[in-house]
Design a protein around this ligand. Structure first.
Ligand SMILES: *Cc1c(COP(=O)(O)O)cnc(C)c1O
Ligand code: SF4
Length: 398
């Protein structure tokens, strides 16, 4: 029996991964076997069949370097490099998202599998958008006149290697306590100019339905709050999380908008299409924000196809972003000129509905700035000279 006592076998198995997230985060910091992971609260006594599908999928996630080595056969050197990365920036590669990988190093792989380059970025910024500076209360960012960002969760169904909030997502020591959310809600209540709240994180849909509903209900009690938005990547990385029960609950809190985050046409699958369809059927308008990432989607053809395919699953492209200057993500960065070429290749060449705004979120908290290709060649008192999407010139009286 290898000296195992009855008592020891009753201890919760801290190696059980990726159970439901709780408000209070990870009480057992000792469970950080390879540094930072996520809270792992799932008691080993819970029977598999009682768990919803999305939690079963999450529980099977690869979170450690040794998991990757077993699955993909890394050399000992590669394994130890990846272990170092995970110590700093957690990994959670869930089986659904992993199943979309076609080959090592493809667009799906680079989004979810750590790379040693994450630790080779001396010039990157921890908090590129100075969100901490614009936080009047912890977990709330108030940068624009009439809307705020409210973080309600620090966990995600998959940790994107390019994440802007890489400095904190997935770190159980930075979990979002319930009291902090209440403080954020109180701030919104006191600030009558706030008519729009974006519930963000981490991923808000990593919370239990009842926890999400608690937040929505509290927010809807605020008379001056007009619209609620949820920012979530769950429809892409764990579409099984979108259940009929979740949709029934969400639709009680209209006007409610969801922005999701597809990066590549390969992420549009039967499952993610179904998830978006269910949300759309619940009356929730869906938008999409993508980041332009080197080796993932940084060419006009891929991006145009992604925008078209989004429309087929009833998602309206909203923004595409130049990547932020986040520390640990320099290997994903592209040139602004190339981004302009992408937007030029979409505008006019396909449905206007497929054209998002190209945005640079200015470092230091300047906020989102739209970047446009030049269509106006000159304008004076007499006329405007413009070019169309094919480059032909036209005049119009000013
Ligand atoms: C992106 C963002 C918003 C929302 O911007 P919209 O252009 O209205 O979508 C609000 N607050 C912060 C801090 C943001 O980063
Ligand atoms: S889902 Fe969003 S918050 Fe979470 S890791 Fe990905 S980009 Fe970051």
């Amino acid at each position: 029996m290898n000296g195992t006592t009855a008592d020891e076998s009753k201890k919760p198995d801290l190696k059980i991964k990726c159970g439901p997230t709780s408000w209070e985060g990870c009480a057992e910091v000792e469970c950080l076997q390879e540094g930072i992971t996520q809270n792992e609260q799932l008691p080993s006594t819970i029977n598999d069949v009682e768990l919803p599908e999305w939690k079963r999928i999450l529980r099977e996630s690869l979170c450690y370097a040794k998991d990757l080595a077993e699955r993909f056969g890394l050399s000992p050197e590669e394994e130890s490099e990846i272990r170092e990365v995970i110590r700093r920036y957690p990994m959670r590669a869930n089986p659904y998202y992993l199943s979309l990988i076609r080959e090592k190093g493809d667009a799906i792989w680079s989004q979810c599998i750590p790379s040693k380059e994450e630790l080779q970025d001396p010039d990157g910024l921890e908090d590129p958008l100075s969100e901490e500076r614009d936080s009047p209360v912890p977990g709330l960012v108030h940068r624009y006149p009439d809307r705020v960002l409210l973080m309600v969760s620090n966990y995600c169904a998959m940790y994107c290697r390019f994440c802007t909030r890489k400095r904190r997502v997935g770190d159980p020591r930075k979990y979002v306590p319930r009291a902090q959310i209440m403080e954020g809600i109180a701030y919104i209540k006191e600030h009558r100019e706030v008519r729009d709240v974006i519930i963000s994180g981490g991923d808000p849909l990593m919370l239990e339905d009842s926890q999400i509903e608690f937040v929505l209900k509290k927010l809807r009690e605020i008379p001056h709050l007009e619209i609620i938005r949820i920012g979530t990547r769950v429809p892409v990385t764990l579409p099984q999380r979108i259940t009929p029960e979740l949709c029934e609950m969400l639709k009680k809190y209209h006007p409610l908008y969801i922005n999701t985050h597809f990066e590549h046409p390969d992420e549009i699958t039967e499952e993610s299409g179904r998830a978006c369809g269910m949300l759309a059927d619940a009356g929730i308008p869906l938008g999409n924000q993508s980041v332009i990432l080197k080796g993932v989607n940084d060419d006009p053809k891929t991006m145009k196809r992604l925008m078209q395919k989004l429309l087929m699953i009833r998602v309206k492209p909203y923004y595409i972003y130049q990547a932020d200057l986040t520390k640990g993500t320099s290997h994903f960065r592209t040139k602004v000129k190339e981004s302009l070429k992408i937007i030029e290749a979409i505008r006019g060449h396909t449905s206007g509905l497929a054209v998002p705004h190209l945005i640079i979120d200015a470092p230091g908290g300047g906020g989102k700035i739209p970047i446009l290709p030049e269509y106006v060649l000159s304008v004076d008192d007499e006329k405007i000279v413009m070019r169309n999407y094919k480059g032909h010139l036209y005049e119009y009286p000013a």
